[in-house]
Design a protein around this ligand. Sequence first.
Ligand code: SF4
Length: 525
Amino acid sequence: MSLRWSPRVETSRVEEFILKRCAKKRKLFVFLRLHRHELFDDEMQERLAAAYGKRRRGEEPVPPAQLAMAAVLQAAFNIPDHDVPEMFVMERRWQMVLDCADANEPPFTQATVYRFRQRMIEHGLDKVLFDKTVALAKKTGAFGAAKLRAAFDACPLYGAGRVEDTFNLIGRAAFHVVRTAAERLGKSLEETAAAAGIPVVAASSIKAGLDIDWDLGSARRDGLRVLLSQVGSLTAWLEAELGAELARPPLSEEVATLKALVEQDTEPDPDGGGRRIKEGVAKDRVISLGDLQMRHGRKSKRQRIDGYKRHIAVDVDSPQFIIGVAVTPANRPERDAAKELLEEVESRGRPIGELQIDRGYLGDEHIEARRQAGMDVVGKPFPLHNHGLFTKADFHIDLAKQAVTCPNDVVVPLRFGSVLHFPDTACAACPKRAACTRARHGRSLSIHDNEPFLLELRAARRTPEGRHRARARIHVEHGLARLATRSGKRARYRGLRKNLFDQRRHAAVVNLRALATLDLTGSAL
Ligand code: SF4
């Protein structure tokens, strides 16, 4: 391979000086300088090189391993793309780690930083880099040989796109369509908007273009009517003027987005025809035109998330290292990431003997299949609240007899994954009714698909040993806090895959910092 990176292993006198200065507060520089040849060994360099085909004209001949090291430093010290080439010539610690002490000119441009990131995403090199840091941690003996005790948890990753209301979503989507149409026709945006009958997109903002008194009760209905009428005019004009062009991206995608946004946020108005803003939130609603994959979601009743959820897995016995990473849209339940996390953790070479999970992962079929096969699952069951009335804990669920007995000894058959109803007549005559239900009819009781497992979790919570075991999950919460502190609460990029890249890269940095803190500057690796 022509673009192999072969930095020196032995340290120079100048490097010794820098290493000494970094030894206390900047251990990551020390670790990367002394162990860069292990991080980017032959196998790693071959994996990176495999992502390179023929070099394109204008691309600088920079070894991919050196670019990958720059990507690690960029995440570790939160450096914007345009400053990365500058660090090669301006920052001595970067020069030491990147083996370019004498560089007077940046060896590449900002565009190379962007292209390399795209290449890492296309070829899954972010996962390769993250896996390599886990492999280095494994070499230190941090993970034992016994069965793994893993823990999963998730926290919000607020999206980088601006969250917009229905008017701005539809109006700005129409603006993108008009802008592309204007480019195709070689005309100005204002000319094209006027010709297409949608002047609202040429105004300083969509709301200004609609020019409506938003204090009036009818403002939203009137504003929507004007906006949708202009969108209709745009659609008809596009068919007439740019029929053939409509099948080509980006116009085809922009028109599809516009139609989807109108469909998701509006519905036929039963009062007077036309369309009105949909009541409630549409399922899988797009919330930002800047990032079409962002979603509204919740971590709890009070905590709303606009964007994504990031998930991590740690080994409870070596919690300083992150061993699994996933990102999901914020509207998806935590359990959607379970399969990816399980497979990633299992690929580390040890079977999972015990899994600590947040209750959001409960009910996942992949976790359940492994539990049935012998994996021990520890977690908090769903809380039982019922506004001061009897909760499920007050009913006796008899798995052997397949029956549920209420506090007044009325028995109904047990059916998993359904709502059980106690007879109206029994509840109406019941002396305990006031403490049980305020429903007009009889009391109902939801039974989970996996109620036997929930019963086990509730029983475990009642014992000191069970509560002690559940507390081990605190380690994964610390790991999440480390990742969120380093990578920030808000996403750096737009789109799920780019954010998965960023979270994996930051997880790799968390692992490298943990290795550096273990003071492995000698021969532990
Ligand atoms: S109200 Fe119905 S379910 Fe509740 S204790 Fe009485 S009989 Fe049982």
